[in-house]
Design a protein around this ligand. Structure first.
Ligand code: XIL
Length: 396
């Protein structure tokens, strides 16, 4: 099977119909091409009988998916296993088991790793904000805990993880700061402090701010206005991460994200798309964003494609990504990384967000990890134009 595929691929290259074998190859001169990876794609043993709550709902051996991950993506991000509740579940107790397996697998496949994420109100272990008696800790204690957390994790992955989402989701959609526990205890200083600690822990590593709904002008304005003076004072920050959990037909994402990329470029930073996926299902109650605690009730009406995505919807999906990538290509000097969230439709968290138990089609690979037609269409976008005077170009 594999040999047959390779033979076909080789023939295609020889007759000049394929200019690249993978997304990462096609976009080598544009940006870093990445995807998130879950623990079952890394190691089968972890899957059997696992009852981890941060699973994203899949518990079967998916290690065969790694072939597609390694072929198409030069960069990987852990979907869950480096989040505080997993890696630092109790004070002073660090569990690097799953993170280490992921890093080892990625490096063995010649890939780069981005860490996700250091300071985030969600999936944060509850001990972080309280003392032994359950009382909220002081600003000094929280700073010490943040510093220890960041130093220990960055120290452990030094030389292996090349960039970190330092702070995740600190802003509301209206551009104000989210009233999280970090904010409540430390005020807005928790953001520059986190970057400072990360830079002190490892001055060689790239540092990112990451958030969702970054197509919304008000939110982008809040983020840009917040970071502008900090950057002027020397904040060590490499890029702004735009998650990109999209809903088909919701809004003009192409136009809005182009404006975002330009707004971020105006403070001297590149953008990176960090968690791209697009739900093809009905949008419950005008929902937008990616606040992981927002949930709605299941109904069959909200889950219309249980037996597969209709062909016209697949074409809409393809066209959306073509338009989106064309916009990215036009802005490539401001785009550092383009990262998808979950390799395939079977393990995509969108099957459970914001409604649990639906069949969504939000990723580039089908439930068997086979590339959708989208992948080849995106690869073709960077193909060199036919040589002038050739048969094909004269035909037009
Ligand atoms: C999601 C994971 O994909 C799920 O498996 C998990 O149950 C919840 O978190 N924003 C982020 C990601 O920064 O970490 C979230 O990942 C999706 C929203």
């Amino acid at each position: 099977m594999r040999m047959k595929f390779n033979l076909l691929a080789l023939m295609a290259v020889l007759v000049g119909t394929v200019h690249a074998q993978s997304l990462q190859e096609a976009y080598r001169d544009y940006w870093r091409m990445g995807v998130s990876v879950n623990q079952w794609e890394v190691k089968a043993e972890e899957a059997v009988g696992s009852n981890l709550s941060y699973s994203g709902g899949v518990s079967a051996d998916q290690t065969s998916h790694y072939q597609a991950i390694a072929q198409h993506f030069g960069w990987v991000v852990p979907e869950n296993c480096m989040k505080c509740e997993v890696i630092h579940p109790q004070e002073g107790l660090y569990d690097f088991t799953l993170g280490d397996q992921l890093v080892e697998k990625a490096l063995a496949n010649g890939q780069h790793v981005v860490g996700h994420c250091l300071i985030w109100h969600s999936q944060c272990a509850p001990w972080f904000f309280v003392d032994d008696e359950g009382k909220q800790v002081s600003a000094e204690v929280l700073k010490k805990r943040m510093k220890d957390h960041i130093f220990t994790i960055l120290g452990h992955y030094k030389g292996k993880v090349e960039g970190w989402d330092v702070v995740n989701e600190a802003f509301n959609d209206d551009g104000t700061l989210r009233r999280s526990k970090f904010y409540e205890i430390l005020g807005e200083d928790f953001i520059p402090l986190a970057f400072q600690y990360a830079h002190e822990a490892d001055p060689t590593v790239e540092l990112y701010y990451n958030d969702y709904s970054m197509n919304k002008a008000q939110k982008v304005e809040g983020v840009v206005n917040f970071f502008r003076p900090l950057i002027a004072k020397g904040l060590p920050i490499t890029a702004i991460g735009l998650q990109g959990h999209l809903i088909y037909g919701d809004t003009d994402y192409v136009k809005e994200y182009e404006q975002t990329i330009q707004a971020i470029a105006s403070i001297g930073l590149p953008s990176q798309f960090t968690e791209l996926d697009i739900s093809m299902l009905p949008n419950p109650y005008g929902f937008s964003g990616a606040n992981v605690s927002d949930r709605f009730k299941y109904s069959e009406m909200m889950d219309p494609y249980r037996n597969g995505l209709p062909a016209d919807k697949q074409e809409q999906f393809d066209q959306f990504w073509i338009d989106f990538f064309k916009m990215l290509m036009a802005n490539k000097e401001h785009v550092l990384r383009v990262n998808f969230w979950c390799l395939n439709d079977a393990n995509s968290w969108r099957n459970d967000f914001p409604i649990k138990g639906r069949s969504d089609y939000a990723t580039l690979f089908d439930r068997q990890s086979q590339p959708k037609p989208t992948v080849q269409k995106l690869i073709q976008l960077t193909a060199p134009a036919p040589v002038a005077g050739s048969k094909k170009s004269r035909k037009k």
